[in-house]
Design a protein around this ligand. Sequence first.
Ligand code: DCP
Ligand code: MG
Length: 451
Amino acid sequence: MAWRHRSPITGVWACYPCPVPSPSPTIRRIAHLDMDAFYASVELLRYPQLKDLPVVIGGGRANVAAALEVLRQQAAEDAPELEWDAAAQRAALRRIPIDAFARLADYTGRGVITTATYAARQFGVGSAMGLMKAAKLCPQAILLPVDFEEYRRYSRLFKSIITEIAPLMEDRGVDEVYIDFTDVPGGQREGGRVLARLIQKAILDATGLTCSVGVAPNKLLAKMASEFNKPRGISIVFEADVPTKVWPLACRKINGIGPKADEKLKRFGIETIGQLAERDLQWLMDTFGQRTGAWLHAASHGQDDRPVVTESEPVSLSRETTFERDLHAVRDRAELGAVFTRLCEQVAADLQRKGYVGKTIGIKLRYDDFSGVTRDLTVEQYTDDAKTIRQLAGQCLKRAPLQKKLRLLGVRVGALANRADLPGLIAKSALQAVDSAGAAPELIAVNGELF
Ligand code: DCP
Ligand code: MG
């Protein structure tokens, strides 16, 4: 392109090469991508006739086995000439009449919803709600069982689409990732919108699934932004947008502020991120501790410099089980003790198989009234030993209220390290336990007892 200029003295036009526009500086752009109603959307690929209807995913296959069998038979009647292979089954599933599906109203049991379609969410049902409670809100919702294998398959698929376009991707679970847009073509254009749109389209074309993307200066803001326009949304956030887009939000929207921290903040009259940002750094550190206080301060101002980590390591490994019937710590001691030991053995086996050791041992309990507690303790030496884990988890259990019956028990090992990085550091029994509150609990012999 040329640039024309007329001399003010001679009045003659001259042509010069265009002055090179200074390229806009590269700024850090991080995306958070989260699939829309993930499990439900994967199911709708199989049953497109359910599109736009309230559908919830939950409960085991056994709960809807009868309904599924009816569906299968109907599909077979529809197309008896077809060989009943996977492709034929898949084709037949699409023709099943809507009335043949199981309804939430007919469900009895203790299952919970993993997710719900957006049409179902309008009735107030959503993730983690008991199916029977949800049935009261939306009895007509269609109930489908979970099929983790299928969700994992689609999870791998959409992530591979992303890394083909933008290789710096951090896997954050089955349906969400962070992506570093900074140096990817299109990653800077319109604040990242151009690349976000391209990725959304590539995923939709390859899988039929939709997602929402937030692009921001860092992971913290990107995670918030991906929720702003769900479903099928893109939101672009710049540093300068923090006061208008972030400060009006509830503190819980900061990834890392859980219900307990939120409760404490509320006790000080801090409801929004803006109110948190008004607080003095020193006050926050005095009130919440040095580290947490400093983090709260930075987060409320939209600051976060965590990198996008491509090879993510698990933070913790856990095993949990919901009992067939509620168990009491004393009256059902033997049964509970056996389950407890098995969970510890399973976590230990998981650690050993994956090559990890951990030094924070924790338990999770859910009581018959659905309330729950967690307890953990941290020891000095890393372990992957089932007996040691059992012993330490037993100490945690001793510190939990055990008057009410239990419906769920879980065992977790956290603060993980790679076994290979710690030669000679593994003790069979970590005797100097230091709990997370700093006190040293007494050590109790286990020997098949619950504690
Ligand atoms: N999930 C679950 N139990 C929960 C929450 C979620 O089993 N308590 C599962 C089902 C979800 C998937 O994880 O489909 C992803 O969780 P999200 O929180 O991202 O929820 P969705 O993808 O379903 O919906 P959204 O569109 O709000 O992201
Ligand atoms: Mg999601």
